[in-house]
Ligand binder design. Sequence first.
Ligand code: G6P
Length: 608
Amino acid sequence: MCGIVAYVGYRKAQPILIEGLKRLEYRGYDSAGVVVFHRNGLVVRKSPGRISALESLLDDETAAGTCGLAHTRWATHGAPNMVNAHPHLDGSGRIAVVHNGIIENYRSLKKYLEQKGVTFRSETDTEVLAQLIGHFYKGNIEEAVRKALADVRGTFGIAVMSSEEPDKIVAARKGSPLIVGVGDGEFIVASDAAAIIQHTTQVFHLNDGEMVTVWSDGFRTTTFDNVPVAKSVSELEFTLEEIELAGHEHFMSKEIFEQPDALTNCLRGRLDMNEGRVVLGGIARFARELVHARRLIITGCGTAWHAALVGEYLFEDLARVPTEVEYASEFRYRNPVLDEGTVVIVVSQSGETADTLAAAREAKEKGALVLGIVNVVGSTIARETDAGVYLHVGPEIGVASTKAYVGQVTVLTMMALFLGRRKLLSQTETMEYLRELSAIPEKVRRITAQSDQIREVANEFKSAENWLYLGRGYNYPTALEGALKLKEISYIHAEGMPAAEMKHGPIALINEGMPVVFIATRNSQYEKVISNIEEVRARGGRVIAVATEGDAQIRDYAERVFYVPDTPEPLQPLLSVVPLQLLAYHAAVLRGCNVDKPRNLAKSVTVE
Ligand code: G6P
């Protein structure tokens, strides 16, 4: 949700800023802009659309400075055009601001400034912030930012510079992530470490309510109230190679195909085959609380919410703990009842999603034990939860989540077994699950090897504009996730639902030729799903099935079949989703869509 990069040091800022923006483009791609200090003034270039459009505007003027800011936008206030693109300047042209987040009281601040004679050029909340900082500016940018922030309500990660203090950047955070890369005689401030890692692996994070002033050979961190804050610098845990395409056409395909390795990393060191137990160091000290938990609530957004739904089946089935799943955006405002014995688990790839973070804070506020299932090491949710389990699936860049989803489901499976073993599962039963779990990465590889056949099916059905995805039990969340993958990257309308619910309304939609995807693996509800398939066929629907290898009978019911290897029912979500990821990927590519940067979406949603 908007990407920020800021540089101050001894090198030319522009290439570092542009390279950084490209690494952050997944966060938003409505417009892009850059500002550098050159010859006593701020040189600004901005453009609607992608960073490539901005690049065509760069020239000697922008190439010169050694201090600058850059931004890639996911529009919240005002259309994604040139005027609304960041950076925004104050009226005097001395102050430049890039911003990620929402200034909630921007209307009243704007009115106040207009009464003072300020005129506005854009419709954005960010320009209001730039003008407000300009209003307070008396030669000390840090002080002006501090004064402005005292009047601001909302969420923000900002970076600010002044042409009168050209070797200095001030950045501040409330709700939107900011990381500071510490180089030798240079600093890079960015929304995500991906924009930093090429230059340094030494970083520190800003917490909410903190600001930093960086200059080429030093920095100062304080609270918004000017209380000094000490920061310890840590080492980034991923490599540059992990965030590059490595020969793939898209990050999404790279991430689908690297799932076997990602899952191997996720499982590494966590399955004790000799003792028949799961080793989760991050949450081990809370094992007692988990065993005595009377209820679990799992919360998240989007794909993470679908993983949470699988978690509900897993925890109730394998550990017999009553479990509820909540949309983080609803949970946070509902004044939820969190009585003693409730443990809240928050699931988030980025660890920065605004609603999920707020849900975690709400649960903590009410005294619940809050555990995180997070991919990005050191992210806000990872830091603010009581304990947690990292996915260790590596950076995910494609906007549509794939490997993080299977990673989340894998961690939830391990947590359910961690708990189940302590409550009701025998050592032998647990060992059997662990053996099967350890075989999952290789089974995923067998599915990705069918990519070409799946592409043929995608080609055959790619023009259909309405699809249904149906499954029962463990396959129901997979139906939701399969439908989400298709709609978010190919713009085909797709709905997922429990197969039995279809006859309570959605069956009215089925007409001649409508594609209906059934997740019909061999499990306790197989026969019932076959009946649902019959109901669809009777109305002219064209059935595509995900089925278990060796199931020849399914061919009598489904026009097209994607086979997945056999595995126990609780582990089936880890396999059944993979052909659906590939189906969505191929459909989107064949329809000419931008798979990694689908319209209107962003990878990390740091606004409500
Ligand atoms: C956005 C992304 C989704 C993701 C959701 C939650 O909507 O486009 O792919 O599932 O945010 O993100 P998180 O980082 O919290 O898992």
